[in-house]
Ligand binder design. Structure first.
Ligand SMILES: [Mg+2]
Length: 191
């Protein structure tokens, strides 16, 4: 089987990592529970920034956000390793900008994710992920972003949503809260 994964906020806890960096950089002390209740993907509102200021803040912080010690969701590395060990193919499909693609790939390898260079895609827009997913004929795909998931619900790929505060309205898509539980179910179903 072919399994595709988004990276940010699906496999790694990037927004929360950025949240802590923003607090430091902006010398603020926004509490974690405020962050955990944000109903959109962007995090700047919690810091009193406008959308334009938020975009500027995000883009100027990318280096730090991407390549410092962003935590991985518990069980995510093991889950993907288990898929490869069971003979499945693992693909990564991230909308991170092109100029960050190769470094991101190296970073993912460093974290222990099983990465095959030919199965790592980046630099597309959110709504273009659909084309790659179709072309690769993925059996499964996991993402956190409503804008991406909305484009995939009627396709032949089985879609899962990684649980986040801003995607809880997507009630018809199976939800991953815990990577270990997910992988146990998948491996049992595909023996
Ligand atoms: Mg994502």
């Amino acid at each position: 089987m072919k399994f595709g994964f988004d990276i940010d906020d699906t496999l790694i806890n990037l927004r929360e990592h950025a949240f802590h960096l923003y607090n430091k950089k902006l010398k603020q002390t926004v509490e974690l529970d405020v962050f955990q209740n944000i109903s959109r993907v962007e995090i700047h509102e919690a810091f009193g920034l406008t959308d334009d200021e938020g975009k500027e803040m995000w883009n100027s912080s990318l280096e730090e956000i991407y390549y410092t010690s962003c935590p991985i969701f518990p069980g995510a590395v093991k889950a993907l390793q288990a898929l490869v060990n069971a003979g499945h193919e693992v693909y990564y499909i991230t909308a991170r900008p092109k100029e960050h693609g190769e470094r991101t790939k190296a970073w993912m390898k460093q974290q222990g994710f099983p990465v095959d260079d030919k199965r790592f895609f980046y630099g597309m827009q959110d709504e273009e992920k659909l084309d790659i997913i179709k072309e690769l004929e993925l059996d499964y795909y996991v993402d956190d972003k409503p804008a991406v998931l909305d484009t995939l619900v009627n396709g032949s790929t089985k879609v899962y949503v990684k649980d986040q505060s801003y995607n809880r309205h997507l009630q018809d898509i199976p939800r991953i809260v815990d990577w270990t539980a997910f992988i146990n179910t998948i491996l049992n179903n595909n023996e």
